[in-house]
Design a protein around this ligand. Structure first.
Ligand code: HSE
Length: 301
């Protein structure tokens, strides 16, 4: 008897939706969980080599925190967990949010917590501090959320576009990318910043990707500050913007994402890859389903 936990990655912010807008993408973290006599995490993909393999693994730590929160830590019995991931670490594609969701699902499963989806989202957001990556990984699709200690959110459909991720070969820690952000905004600047975000939300809801692209350029919240940490930012932004509806820094970066119509993405991306061969290029689709937990008899991953 084992369980499979499959969590989609995510991109977040989408320009001006800082800490608020995110969408699930079709790259996954997968765990195969079986009972064992000690806690052991075994990475089966190169991207996970070097991660902690015992109780210092983030997934165990989240599961333990959640089990303790509900007074069920005695039910969190040891498991052997094989981990497989397609998500590059520390690149702005929500890898740590997938670990948080996996840890919550693990505690829910082993400790029989019977958490609802909204319970899980509240717990995940309390841990992460903002819902923009954890919400899409949990429930799929494009999620627009607010958090002030309590989460409010809505899920909106997204169709017809591909998210072309341009991934450099270095990591950028979210902590460092948040350290360059301003501590305060004037009233005038807040009005400007929030109106750009408001139009961005409306554009997503209408599927008006050109308008969203214009708003991505006008973001006040994070891109103007973070680009100083990303040497290729301006060159790539200007280059991709010639053909894409819009270009944005994925999460805290350093990955940049270009939004392109599904029916022309293959031909454009081939030219882009040729012109910038030093990056990893991924053509990603919105994943409309969130985390999946499956009980299985055998079938190791
Ligand atoms: N909204 C977050 C940020 C995403 O941009 O810092 C990464 O946690």
């Amino acid at each position: 008897m084992s369980w499979l936990i499959k969590v989609p990655s995510s991109t977040s912010n989408l320009g001006a939706g800082f800490d608020s807008i995110g969408l699930a993408l079709n790259l996954y973290l997968e765990l195969e969980v079986t009972r064992s006599d000690k806690w052991e995490f075994t990475p089966t993909t190169d991207s996970l080599q070097g991660i902690p393999i015992g109780k210092d693994n983030l997934i165990y730590q989240i599961a333990d925190k959640v089990a303790t929160q509900f007074g069920r830590e005695d039910m969190l019995l040891p498991c052997a967990i094989k981990m497989k991931s397609e998500i590059p670490l520390a690149r702005g594609l929500g890898s740590s949010a997938t670990a948080i969701i996996a840890g919550i699902e693990l505690a829910n499963l082993l400790c029989d917590l019977q958490l609802s989806s909204d319970d899980k989202l509240q717990i995940a957001t309390d841990i992460e501090g903002h819902p923009d990556n954890v919400a899409p990984s949990l429930i799929g699709g494009c999620v627009i959320g607010h958090y002030d200690g309590k989460v409010a959110y809505t899920k909106v459909p997204v169709n017809g576009v591909t998210f072309v991720a341009v991934i450099p070969n270095y990591e950028l820690k979210t902590k460092d990318a948040r350290a360059v952000l301003p501590g305060e905004f004037s009233f005038k600047e807040s009005v400007q910043a929030s109106s750009v975000a408001n139009v961005s939300v409306a554009a997503i809801c209408q599927g008006d990707w050109g308008l969203l692209g214009e708003m991505m350029k006008k973001d006040h919240f994070h891109q103007p500050y973070r680009k100083s940490l990303i040497p290729h930012y301006d060159e790539l932004y200007n280059y991709l913007s010639k053909e894409a509806h819009g270009v944005f820094l994925s999460g805290a970066g350093p990955t940049m994402i270009a939004v392109v119509d599904d029916n022309k993405v293959e031909s454009i991306a081939n030219i882009w890859k040729h012109d910038f061969p030093d990056y990893e290029w991924l053509l990603l689709q919105v994943e409309n389903h969130g985390v999946e937990v499956v009980h299985q008899e055998a079938n190791p991953i």
